[in-house]
Ligand binder design. Sequence first.
Ligand SMILES: [Zn+2]
Length: 327
Amino acid sequence: MKRLPLLLVTVLLVVFPLWGANSKLLAPGLYQVTSLKGGNVLFYVGSSGVAVVDSGTAPAEGKTVVDEIRSVTDKPILYLFLTHGHPDHVQGACAFPEGTLVVGSQGLDKALLAMEKARQALPARIREQRETVERLRKENAQGILAEEKRLQDLLEEEKEYGQSPIPLPELLVEGRITLSLGDRNVEFLSASPSHTSDSGVVLFPSINALHTGDLVFSGIYPYFDFEGGCDSAGWIAQLKKLQAWSPRLVIPGHGDLGGAEILQAQATLLEELRREVLSARERGLSREEAIKSIRTLPSDKGLRWPEILPRAVDAVYREMDRKTTAP
Ligand SMILES: [Zn+2]
């Protein structure tokens, strides 16, 4: 086996440590945090600082991300890109140091504001729930177990999120923005409507890599959030745009990393879903009937979370309703 000269190995390790305890080096300067429960979180180290993509599912996960960055570099964390406003991508943001510029797509501020309001309303909800439980206890009424469980869940939620205000984005992007990390750039592109109405993706031009946010679920059924502005037609159009960029490394919002083929796989599944829903509508099926009749898609074999399919059919059916009734 040919061996790398010791000096070269030493230089590589000094410039780019291969991993911290909970992260691995994917490409020069680009690390994936590997110990999180939620989506794929990256950090990218340049000569003047660090950019991070997504923040983990909870304040504790955000702290893990920051600790992991600190185990690799002491350069300042300049940017936190939040790919969209779903809780599993943004709730770690409160753990980032002051001075981190939070960046997202137009509309992200509304989603985060709503989340922050819900967080602030927790004490009042807990008070009310306590009163409900006490009343039922006095009356020896039925249903007490379910109400006690609801109270426990609220208390857990308060323990996890109660002390941690969600920071609002300071830079909202419409279109595309390039930010500097000194010797390398990072780009944020608004990519909405798609998975949500506030989705964006992050490009790393010098290494030809892309973090898609939840525009791609790799090996997993994609999640549909009709209320969050999910738009399957727009989603496919955004994926086609990203394919034209021919990335070598694609990091999905959730699931396994790949190349440009995982963009294509996601577009194919969404096209199949739209075809099935359209066909059901043309046969005169109601939304409920369409949900019952579409049990599988040609390319969904082996995808995890197949239980999402009914929700996906529901969202696409409503999206088509919305478009046919729009002025
Ligand atoms: Zn999402």
